[in-house]
Design a protein around this ligand. Sequence first.
Ligand code: SF4
Length: 347
Amino acid sequence: MKIEIQSFKDLKNKYNLSENEKAFKESDKTLPISITSHFLSLINLEDENDPLRIQVFPSVLEEEENELENIDPLEEINNSKSSRLIHRYESRVALLTTDICPMYCRHCFRRRFTGKMMGAISNEEICEAADYIQKHPKITEILLTGGDVLTLSDSKIDFLVKTLREKNPKLIIRICTRMVVTAPSRITNSLIDIFKKYNSAPFYLLTQVNHPRELAPEAIEAVNKFLNAGIFALNQTVMLKGVNDNYDTMEELCNKLLFNRIKPYYVFQGDLVSGTAHLRVNVNKTIEIEREMRKRLSGLAMPNFMLDLPKGGGKVPLSDCYLKSFENNTYTFKTIDGQEREYPHIT
Ligand code: SF4
């Protein structure tokens, strides 16, 4: 994997930056700057509003302060059982396997943790997490997240998966990674062989693709390696201003994902994370896009549009309301194209 840009100085020296990009100032509050050669090759560098560029080139707008935002709107810290294990929902936990990513997305919702250069989870922390899960039998799933879990070495991933499976052979493991679009060469046969070795329960690949152009042939080939090993792929998109907040782009993205055997799973409304307001889309607009996608997309291609509520309120669907009323034992619904239909109450 080749990292083309490793610092803001590097970026300023190599590329013509827009006024907002140039005015960015690095501090311990901002995310580091890192862009992989692969992702950079997909950007139209002539266009300062390119939808891939604005996800990874920093902007002075990240410094804007908004009293409704904070660094941990989902209250992950309050729900942490250790510095690395988050237990917010009864049936599943998230393990922060590393804070490192090959490329830092300016919309990252976990800025409080990502890119702080703490590095990989230790073997002791892995064992503690596996013990915790064993003591809580209602936990059926773990999300291996971060940072990007696939920045870990093959030997660390092997130890991690082996330890989790030894203690909890039926635990479903979600591999949450953006590496298939940021650095697809990381998806090697030897990496896939590790997952194949520990197959007492399913793995699921959870990608983050925000724009159809990110699904380059190399990314599709990387996902195919998981699919061919029997690992089902799902995608979580972040709703981003100037990236995918229009009907045609969202339609193309969902259809392209589905065609490449990646199920569009969630589209997330941007969380109220400090420094990300300039990329956030109005909730009304997200609901409008959801409504239009329900007309344009097949059921298979249609993702769930979700809002992760502030103060740890959990996820709720962001959707138009189709049930209009219930009167005289009759439900009245709105159809997708705005007409009305009735359905009887059955006792
Ligand atoms: S890859 Fe994920 S964790 Fe890393 S910066 Fe992007 S959104 Fe954040």
